[in-house]
Design a binder for this molecule. Structure first.
Ligand code: LIP
Length: 265
């Protein structure tokens, strides 16, 4: 059953990716702004989510749906799909080839503090990369199994992070990154949380952390990173959530978290 769920996620994410890439090449229209003037949704975000939602309803009519751009619906099967049709919408708007379709299926409600991740797929249609993860079975980039990078000292760590759409929060996040920068190899702000988590899973980053993410931003990437050997957590014993997410090799996470806490994350 789980493999079937992963196949459904991959098939739909690939088709959705094709649509998003086509709309990108035709020109992008901003439909509205959301939590702030820089938190925008494009027509393509909405159209891509509608495509994904329709295909999931056909394939899995009894499952719940929780997507970024439409109203959530509960299911009767005990499973819920977490969907970000275009993660990295600002990159998509500016034509930066670094955005993704992110689809995950979890057992339970769409609450990262209680759900159990089953399968996840993250597709970057701009460069044709497909990340998948299946609970208990592993993680892949295309057909190739992936693993987190071997642990390094923080001074050698390449760390990914991101900033909120709220300018006050961005100011606080920026101040923390300014203090962190001299203590790590370097920082990367790529603009797409789902791919940031996949970069930890494939060893392209040594660590990634962020605050204020929505469940659909991290659901699939967290499954993929965990299956690649990463610790994916919140602060202390908490699960990853809007409050905080950290993903890294367990030894790197154990070094980075106390440093971030000391910097006031
Ligand atoms: C984005 C995340 C990114 C974060 C942005 C935004 P969106 O998601 O992928 O990591 O820094 O603030 O939340 O809005 O493009 O789906």
């Amino acid at each position: 059953m789980s493999t079937d769920l992963l196949d459904i996620a991959r098939t739909i994410a690939l088709q959705a990716g094709e649509l998003a890439a086509r709309r990108r090449s035709e020109g992008v229209t901003v439909a509205a702004s959301k939590s702030s003037s820089v938190d925008i949704v494009t027509e393509a975000d909405r159209e891509t989510e509608a495509l994904i939602r329709g295909m999931l309803a056909d394939a899995r009519p009894n499952d719940g749906f929780y997507g970024e751009e439409s109203t959530a619906t509960a299911g009767t099967s005990g499973l819920t799909w977490l969907v970000d049709p275009i993660d990295g919408t600002v990159n998509f708007l500016y034509g930066l080839p670094h955005y993704a379709v992110s689809i995950a299926v979890v057992e339970g409600d769409p609450d990262p503090l209680t759900w159990t991740g089953i399968a996840g797929c993250v597709v970057n249609p701009a460069i044709g990369e497909v990340y998948t993860g299946l609970a208990g079975e592993g993680a892949w980039l295309g057909e190739k199994p992936i693993r987190v990078a071997d642990p390094v000292d923080l001074s050698q760590a390449l760390v990914g992070t991101g900033f909120a759409y709220d300018s006050d929060m961005r100011g606080r996040q920026g101040a923390i990154v300014a203090q962190l920068l001299p203590q790590v190899r370097d920082i990367r702000r790529m603009g797409t949380a789902s791919l940031d988590l996949c970069f930890v899973a494939s060893g392209r980053f040594n660590a990634y952390f962020e605050r204020t993410l929505s469940p659909w931003d991290h659901a699939a990437g967290a499954i993929i990173a965990r299956e690649a050997g990463a610790t994916v957590k919140g602060l202390g014993d908490a699960a990853p959530s809007r409050d905080f997410i950290l993903a890294a090799h367990p030894e790197v996470a154990a070094r980075l978290e106390p440093l971030l806490v000391s910097l006031g994350v």
